[in-house]
Design a binder for this molecule. Sequence first.
Ligand code: ZN
Length: 582
Amino acid sequence: MTEYFEVIDRDGAARIGTLRLADAITTPALVDDVLEETGSLWSGEQAVPDGDESTLSVLPHRAFPAGTPTEVQTAFEPNYPDVAFPSAAVVSPETAGDHGTDAYVLAGASGFTGHSAAFVEAIIATREAIPPDAGVYLPGIATPGNVATLAAAGADLFDTDRAVVRGTQGWYLTADGEYRLGNLDELPCACSACQQGIEAFDREDCVEHNVATLEAELRTVRNRIRQGRLRDYLEGQARHEQWLTATMRRLDDEYDYLETRTPLVRKAEITAASDDTLGRVEIQRFAERVTERYQCRFDAPLVLVPCSATKPYSESQSHDQFHDAINFRGHLASITSPIGVVPQELELTYPAQHYDTVVTGRWSETEIAFVADVLEAYLRDNDYPRVIAHVPEDYREITERVEERLGESFEYTVADHPTTEESLSTLSETLAGESKYRKRERQHNVVRAIADYQFGKGAGDALFDDLQVESRYPKLRVNDADGEQLAAMVPEYGVLSLTLAGARRWLEADVPVKRVEIDDFVPHGSVLAPGIVDADESIRVGDEVVFEGPSALAVGRANMSGPEMVQSTRGIASDVRHVTER
Ligand SMILES: [Zn+2]
């Protein structure tokens, strides 16, 4: 049971937490000053420390050299006492488990510097084995350069050991790497130790600078996590050291680990500045859901158009012109890097209106390959009578690649630029004779497409077979045939929030429900982790969830993933929007 650590906020595997000592510490943070070491059991019997609430006591332990066989480690594993003060257990990836402590010290962490594969393997094995609401402490490794990456991988606690040692060795540390003191002509820093000429700057000053810079970098990391933008930072910052870039990419390859921990929706914008952005969970998840869950309900030709810098696309001048030319005779989908394919119904759905990309008019091969794969999968899953590609020249490499793979021909309608009068009238003429769909039909399809995306394939029809839509897009109110409200569309994220009637319908429908079983209480405002009996594994932060307990039925938005809800002993598991006693 975790008594003195609590996770407050999540950004992928990174978290903002509180180490609840007498003076609480917001993590990721340095813990040098509050750490109480008891020593190793190898050097003899060690008494369990007295402990108190002002320190984090490391319980007596036995550390092993890396590579020690698991059987050996397990055989020598100490019995962790159940203590009533903040405590940490020393573990290896092999011995990590729920030892009842608030934090876990990953032994040998200092050896991971420069070794991305070993680090990623170790942190994931450790994180997956311990309770989610416990802190992970990586001793002896943190520097201003690597601490953002270490936090992004899921570490919470650090110390100044390495920053101090490097300083005494004459290494000047910054967020962009390490400099030999003798090789610096100026001090590129505003900390108090650096407020002097380089001539007088000695190794003692260097230690002071290194520690101050590490602390400053941790402030940056914490702010980034709170804003949901640590990854944007990392894509630039981690580039200064090869092993950190490799760590970021290897973490991306551990999709399940990151996906479980990445919110389904959020306000933060994604800065798409490099090919690495395509590896992000948010991008991969959107592409996966569009190609596997989404189903086009329009009986109309597909019109592929370029995205616009303005979001949502429909508010851009170019899309306004496309809309006029199409005039309800075609189903519009935008082709874009880094998102892939965005059907018009999902233009508000995170992250389709939450990204900004670098526009050069050139596509990298990685982008072309990614968007072509998504478009191919999309067209294999959705049958259109015709595909009209209203795209500029630089999109041709994508569309032609897909035509070849599918053995189909698209109709091209752009001469020069998509918004020239000639191109627009060609688009309009190409659609001559196609029948128009109605605005009402379009709104119904928006609701159903979002339901597919959010709740699973077929959910749109299962939940909203008889819907009526009220008010103006994008603030749609979704009612059943009798006028009872089932859901509302949330324009900021392009998702649906359910009413109790909507939740009941979800429970009855033949689609998987993100269900949370709670104890015998009536939740108000929020549900805390200790009140949760069980939760669906597929729940992610930001998901709609239905709470069922002996005395209440409720619906709300998850603040934790399903596994985290079940394994945590602290923290707000979910907000509650509507509740009824039963
Ligand atoms: Zn400095």
